[in-house]
Ligand binder design. Structure first.
Ligand code: T6T
Length: 329
């Protein structure tokens, strides 16, 4: 079955089979709901793929999906987008907050206006919602990959690639982003199991692949025995891989990348990248819309929905069961 029709069928089946029908829901379902999806950055393949999953569910459920995002992964850019969305009074907001602290107050405005909020990909506060404590537990649900686990998976892959010894570092976006902070944490914790691997200081690139490429070359210049790098998201991974190539170290400095846009897959084929850890962003978008719809029609929803990973390397990159997780352009 084609991916899009799978999501359509799955959306209908989920609702038909698993959701209890609440009293009054027949009335509620006559209404055409509008659900807004605010990505971390609108041009990123991860969020473009998430949008596709959200659109499939919206179409199956007869929901209007509004997609509005900014050109940078930055709270200063995202908050005005959020304010504009709140002003349009959608029935629910799905959002990937670009900072776990700086989006709390702006999202509280939506909550105060009675708009249900679900965070997708990233979270605010601790990410544990609906506990009745703290100032950031008001979103209804968090739908995402398990990023601590993802960081550990990346560490194991890089450890294997470098033969469990040597020097590696993490190329990351910036502190304060829940997902990439957790990936870094999960990676460092797991690396403690490899006493012969030294994890050098993390390099922060502000989601700028060019900066990540220059940083790779600078770290390599300081450490000519550098063995590997973990790029903690698309731009960190792409830039680090480019940096390895520019340094003439393809295949020598091992590269593990979180996320799986087509360019990274090309890089696996050429041997520049060793492993890509694909998230399942279409599932995040799909379950985001289904969850919002369930809530709007009087049903309870889980406070946490975890989606999985697919680890891609040269051995499985051509398998259609694996390559379907490559992100959309
Ligand atoms: O890795 C994803 C996403 O999970 C993260 O929160 C931000 O970066 C990406 O969008 C990839 O660029």
């Amino acid at each position: 079955m084609e991916r899009r029709s799978f999501f359509k069928a799955a959306a209908a089946a989920t609702l038909a089979s698993t959701l209890p029908v609440a009293a009054g829901s027949a009335i509620a379902q006559d209404k055409k709901f509008t659900i807004a999806l605010i990505p971390g950055i609108s041009t990123d393949n991860f969020y473009i793929t998430m949008r596709k999953g959200a659109e499939a569910a919206a179409e199956a459920l007869g929901v209007t999906l509004v997609w509005q995002g900014g050109p940078e992964f930055n709270p200063v850019v995202q908050v005005p987008v959020l304010d504009a969305v709140i002003a349009k009074k959608p029935d629910a907001i799905l959002i990937a907050p670009t900072d776990k602290d700086q989006l709390i107050q702006p999202l509280k405005k939506a909550d105060d206006a009675g708009i249900p909020i679900i965070t997708v990909d990233t979270f605010i506060g601790s990410g544990v919602y609906q506990t009745g404590s703290g100032d950031a537990d008001f979103p209804l649900s968090y739908i995402a990959s398990d990023n601590l686990l993802g960081g550990a998976v990346a560490a194991r892959a890089l450890a294997k690639a470098v033969g469990e010894k040597g020097k590696v570092y993490i190329s990351n976006v910036k502190p304060g982003i829940s997902t990439t902070d957790q990936r870094e944490q999960g990676f460092k914790d797991e690396m403690k199991k490899y006493p012969n691997i030294q994890v050098l200081e993390t390099q922060y690139n502000d989601d700028d692949a060019n900066k990540a490429a220059s940083q790779l070359q600078a770290v390599y210049a300081r450490n000519p025995d550098l063995d590997g790098v973990f790029g903690a998201n698309i731009f960190s991974g792409l830039g680090s891989a480019n940096g390895v190539q520019q340094a003439g170290q393809t295949g020598k400095i091992k590269v593990v990348v979180f996320d799986a846009p087509a360019t990274i897959i090309d890089n696996i084929n050429t041997g520049l990248v060793d492993v890509a850890i694909a998230q399942h962003p279409a599932e995040i978008g799909y379950y985001g819309v289904v969850s919002a719809y369930a809530h709007l029609t009087g049903n309870s929803i889980p406070i946490l929905i975890g989606t999985g990973f697919t680890v891609i390397d040269k051995s499985n990159v051509t398998d259609p069961k694996i390559s379907k997780f490559v992100y959309s352009d």
